[in-house]
Design a protein around this ligand. Structure first.
Ligand SMILES: Cc1cc2nc3c(=O)[nH]c(=O)nc-3n(C[C@H](O)[C@H](O)[C@H](O)COP(=O)(O)O)c2cc1C
Length: 357
């Protein structure tokens, strides 16, 4: 971590994409040992048959090729989601495709899932598992659809078939704004076709079955939520990640930045994602666990998402805009906030906003 302090000024001089790539490789080199388990009873939960020693996880997209799984756990994350990986390798969109507005703690990206494909990805996960047999962290893989794919159902099914046995959970990413038509799969009839096929594929896995999560877009309308939740319940989906990036642009963002095409993340997404967590919680009432994601940048914004109904949390943008120390700062801050409100464990605070008054 200390070394990162010296690397950071160098990284800041590079363009965002090169800087992130360099940070990933540096973390890979620096983290050969299995990290010590972060033991804090107030933050520990058992979900989907696994121990989450911290509710805070790394969101998908940061490590698309599963390059540095162990390195992310060294930062203090309780769980790490790698990907989005597609069946075939692909280049993604033309560069530049990541834009940052430091003043507003915001990122716009139109990456379009550049990745090395699931063959390479699967081999890296296999190596991680072999090298760190006694690892305490929870690993998720986020699977997606190739840009030139003829069938989203088929691509997601392939993702489950190849990677489902290697991870504790599999996330179906149908909510990126950067792959044409992807978000139409959040419509109930399309979601139904995907889940039917992916769940059938999951049954064929011989090892322990992975939990299945669906990642949703913050741009869905309010009346889409109930029909979507009905389908998620019908197929016994285990979790829903709320949310991916948004195509909305708050008025206070500088015009040059806001006019970039792509998904917006970071601070401008904080409130919209928390409101959406509340709406999903009211619909699901705890039957499907919510992973709150979108604009978490300190303990308070993390805690708001817990009280709105999230059992688990993820972040991406704050890792870039605030630095890696943010992970431990948020965890320490959460312990203090729980204590202040008289909770012994974080699970007691989940959905607290819905029980008041
Ligand atoms: C540069 C960048 C790339 C991303 N790539 C992916 C991706 O491949 N798959 C995915 O599900 N989400 C991806 N995301 C979305 C994040 O996982 C997360 O849902 C979103 O950024 C909101 O969280 P944040 O405000 O903490 O960043 C990406 C986000 C960024 C900023």
């Amino acid at each position: 971590m200390k070394l990162y302090k010296y690397i950071l000024p160098v990284l800041k001089r590079l363009d965002h994409e090169t800087a992130q790539k360099a940070a990933l490789y540096a973390m890979r080199l620096l983290s050969i040992k299995t990290p010590k388990s972060p033991s804090c009873p107030a933050l520990e939960q058992h979900i989907w048959g696994h121990a989450f020693l911290s509710p805070l996880g790394l969101a998908a997209g940061f490590d698309k090729n599963a390059l540095s799984i162990n390195g992310h756990f060294h930062l203090g994350f309780g769980f790490v989601e790698v990907g989005t990986v597609t069946p075939e390798p692909q280049e993604g969109n033309k560069k530049p495709r990541i834009f940052m507005d430091e003043e507003h703690g915001a990122i716009i990206n139109r990456m379009g899932f550049p990745n090395q494909g699931l063959e390479v990805f699967g081999r890296r996960i296999g190596s991680f598992r072999l090298a760190h047999e006694n690892h305490w962290g929870v690993l998720g893989v986020n699977v997606g659809v190739n840009a030139d794919s003829e069938s989203a159902v088929e691509d997601l099914k392939i993702g489950m078939a190849h990677l489902g046995g290697m991870a504790e959970y599999v996330t179906l990413n149908v909510s990126s704004p950067n792959t044409k038509g992807l978000r139409t799969h959040l419509q109930p009839e399309n979601m139904e076709a995907i889940l039917k096929s992916v769940m059938e594929e999951r049954e064929k896995i011989h090892e322990r079955l992975p939990a299945v999560l669906v990642k949703v877009s913050p741009d869905i309308t309010h009346d889409q939520i109930a029909p979507l939740c009905d389908v998620l319940k019908k197929y016994d989906v285990n979790g829903v990640i709320v949310s991916n990036t948004t195509v909305q642009r708050p008025a206070n963002l500088p015009r040059d930045f806001a006019s970039q095409t792509g998904g917006l993340s970071g601070k401008p997404l904080t409130q919209a994602s928390t409101d959406l967590i509340s709406a999903f919680y009211q619909e699901l009432k705890g039957s499907i666990k919510i992973v709150g994601c979108g604009g978490i940048y300190d303990a308070e914004t993390a805690y708001e998402k817990i009280k709105a109904g999230a059992h688990l949390l993820q972040l991406y943008s704050a890792l870039v805009t605030e630095g890696p120390q943010i992970v431990k700062e948020i965890e320490q801050g959460l312990v203090a906030l729980l204590q202040k409100d008289g909770y012994q464990n974080i699970s007691q605070a989940v959905g607290a906003n819905h029980r008041q008054g």
